[in-house]
Design a protein around this ligand. Structure first.
Ligand code: FAD
Ligand code: PYC
Length: 412
């Protein structure tokens, strides 16, 4: 049980201070972090905690965690397909395990188990491949047959009389969820306590670049000089990097999700089907949290569409026919920054003091702790840590891709 819960129960919990209100920007900071989502805030926290670097400003154009951090469906797993990806997300799950204690803030990390369904022989082969890579690197993942799928989730429709009968699955028993906005708030509070300044409603509008360095950041509240700049702006990655003259191989595409009205508990695991382009889990409140693949066209507009809802439900009802009469309560979208290989981009750009944390597409929430910790190390030491090497920015020039299309996304 997280310590904070116990302390609340015994009446010893300290009052949770709000993040200090934005004051005037200082004329300069050692590090400016653009973007107050989970990633930017986690990097700020680890810069202060691990490296003692506190002359840091997080500049957020809206409110904390109001971007994709608040819009994602909170799934945390490490059952990827490349060794580089598996190692990286495994480290993130290890950090998630103790995050509530570390931040003294309950992020509601909940192990549910994760089933990626296979409906074809080809999908079974990919699941076996993933299971072998996972096990080799110490990640709990196993191929299970249809009988075992039915035992784990008895409410799934196992009929053979459907378009895509379930043949088996990749079972990842440690697959989990965490409360997404709590992750951002927890990092923000603890970073602010250590002296990091968090400025909401402060949009970065440009960079002053001299030679191969950014010397200052232009904002809607004035100009600040900077030692180093880390950008962690998810769906705005290409635009913000473009302000520094850096071109990214990223397309930005809406990703939608929705929740149903609350139901009595019926589903323990997270269920994903690549062939049916859909996933579902049941929240602590009883809502079915559901989503699918990215929209079929690049667009910078987080709006909900009827097309998505109709398509998603047609597929979802094949897995859970009895949900047909359950009303949807909310539907929303976020902007996914998609790389060609479905892996993120982390490390330095072509500028000397410009660091990038981008390309998180549909999969970056689970990486919040590891990315924050390792990007802080990268900025503090000015060296790219080994675990980030494979994800470096210049890999696209040498065609050194980290192909995660088979495991990063819910159908592409
Ligand atoms: P954000 O939370 O978007 O933070 C970036 C911040 O930068 C924003 O707050 C924005 O306002 C700010 N910003 C932008 N431009 C500027 C500027 N010029 N100046 C100042 N601030 C600026 N991932 C998973 O691992 N599991 C999932 O289940 C999952 N489900 C998803 C479901 C949906 C519907 C969506 C949209 C995404 C999902 N993701 C999931 C992906 C995940 O949400 C993101 O990869 C992750 O939240 C990225 O975090 P971030 O901190 O980088 O970005
Ligand atoms: O990365 O596991 C994931 C995920 C599920 C839904 C969206 N992203």
């Amino acid at each position: 049980m997280p310590l904070v819960l116990l302390k609340h129960a015994l009446g010893f919990a300290r009052p949770q201070r709000q993040i200090p209100a934005s004051r005037e920007l200082k004329p300069s900071y050692d590090v400016v972090i653009v973007g107050g989502g989970g990633h930017g805030l986690a990097a700020a926290y680890y810069l202060a905690k691990d490296w003692g670097i506190t002359n840091v400003a997080v500049l957020e154009k809206g409110w904390l965690g109001g971007g994709n951090t608040a819009r994602n469906t909170a799934i945390v797993r490490s059952n990827y397909i490349t060794p580089e990806g598996v190692r990286f997300y495994k480290e993130s799950m290890e950090l998630f395990e103790t995050l509530s204690q570390e931040l003294d803030f309950n992020v509601m990390y909940t192990k549910r188990g994760h089933l990626t369904l296979a409906h074809t022989d080809a999908a079974m082969r990919t699941m076996r491949w993933r299971a072998e890579v996972n096990k080799h690197l110490g990640v709990a993942s196993e191929i299970v047959g249809a009988d075992e799928v039915a035992r784990i989730e008895p409410k799934l429709n196992m009929s053979r009389q459907v378009r895509w009968p379930i043949l088996g699955a990749l079972h990842h028993p440690v697959g989990a969820t965490a409360r997404h906005d709590a992750v951002a708030w927890g990092y923000a509070r603890r970073a602010a306590e250590r002296g990091v300044e968090i400025h909401q409603e402060t949009e970065v509008t440009g960079f002053d670049v001299e030679g191969d360095r950014i010397t200052a950041v232009q904002t809607t509240r004035g100009r600040v000089a900077c030692g180093q700049v880390l950008q962690a702006v998810a769906g705005m990655s290409s635009k913000v990097a473009g302000m520094a003259g850096v071109k990214l191989p990223i397309r930005t595409i809406p990703l939608q999700a929705c929740v149903s009205q609350p139901l009595k508990p019926f589903l323990d695991s997270i269920i994903v089907s690549g062939s049916l382009h859909c996933y579902i889990w049941q929240s602590q409140r009883g809502e079915c949290v559901m989503g699918g693949a990215v929209d079929p066209y690049p667009l910078q507009a987080p709006r909900s569409t009827l097309d998505f809802k109709e398509g998603l439900m047609a597929h979802m009802l094949e897995l859970f026919p009895y949900l047909a009469d359950v009303p949807l309560m909310r539907q929303w979208a976020g902007m996914a920054d998609m790389t060609p290989d479905f892996s993120p981009v982390m490390g330095k750009t072509s500028l000397e003091n410009h660091y990038i944390d981008a390309g998180w597409g549909t999969w970056g929430f689970k990486a919040t702790p590891v990315c924050g910790k390792r990007m802080a190390e990268c900025v503090a030491t000015q060296k790219v840590p080994d675990i980030l090497q494979a994800f470096r920015f210049d890999r696209f020039k040498s065609f050194d891709q980290v192909g995660e299309a088979g495991a990063a996304s819910v159908g592409t």
